[in-house]
Write a new protein. Structure first.
Length: 207
């Protein structure tokens, strides 16, 4: 069966929205099947935006942590093998690969170490864990980032960590920020005003 071709407007919508939204939501808005969306995405060579992909991984991690809660050891529960010594037979088999007291892995890095992730963002190690450096810098000044938000570079330079260049925005504003350059200047102005208005309304509702 021959696949129905997208109209120019549908193709434009797909290109602008797929990188920043779930495929199933894009399929609903376009009125086509999810499999059709994936076929068109493949033919157009579209990819998910790195920020969307990162946030989705964080959401999945939160979901897995929540699902795993019932199976975790509760505080005060004593492991069945507590106090039991490893048998000599088992010890002889594993002693060659056992970590010695105070030994660190070969790839260990101290807090404050930095690296660049696969999307080109700088990461810094804080309390034993690598996190996005620009988010860390923003949180040092402003406190924890609100849920459903992201910290972005105003000038789009991933290595300009000046606090004046960092801005915390909602995911909706992030999508708008990444697609706004595709619209005429008069529409861009209206979209920015609408986004700022929504932000102020949400802030008042939370107070």
């Amino acid at each position: 069966m021959k696949r129905r071709k997208l109209t120019p407007n549908q193709e434009k919508f797909l290109i602008e929205n797929y990188p920043f939204r779930y495929a199933k939501d894009v399929a609903i808005d376009l009125g086509i099947s999810l499999s059709s969306v994936y076929n068109y995405v493949h033919s157009l060579g579209l990819k998910k935006d790195p920020t969307f992909r990162r946030e989705e991984l964080n959401r999945q991690a939160d979901r897995l942590r929540s699902l795993g809660t019932p199976g975790r050891f509760k505080k005060g529960i004593v492991p069945f093998n507590k106090g039991q010594k490893m048998s000599n037979e088992v010890y002889e088999k594993v002693k060659g690969t056992m970590f010695k007291k105070g030994q660190r892995p070969a790839n260990w890095k101290p807090d404050g170490s930095e690296r660049i992730d696969k999307d080109g963002y700088a990461m810094v190690k804080v309390n034993g864990k690598f996190i996005l450096k620009h988010k860390h810098v923003w949180e040092l000044v402003n406190g924890p980032m609100p849920k459903g938000h992201a910290v972005v570079f105003k000038d789009r330079n991933k290595f300009n960590f000046n606090i004046e260049n960092l801005e915390c925005i909602t995911r909706e504003q992030l999508m708008l920020r990444n697609t706004i350059h595709n619209y005429p200047s008069e529409i861009v102005g209206a979209m920015k005003l609408l986004a700022n208005l929504k932000k102020k309304i949400n802030a008042k509702e939370q107070n």
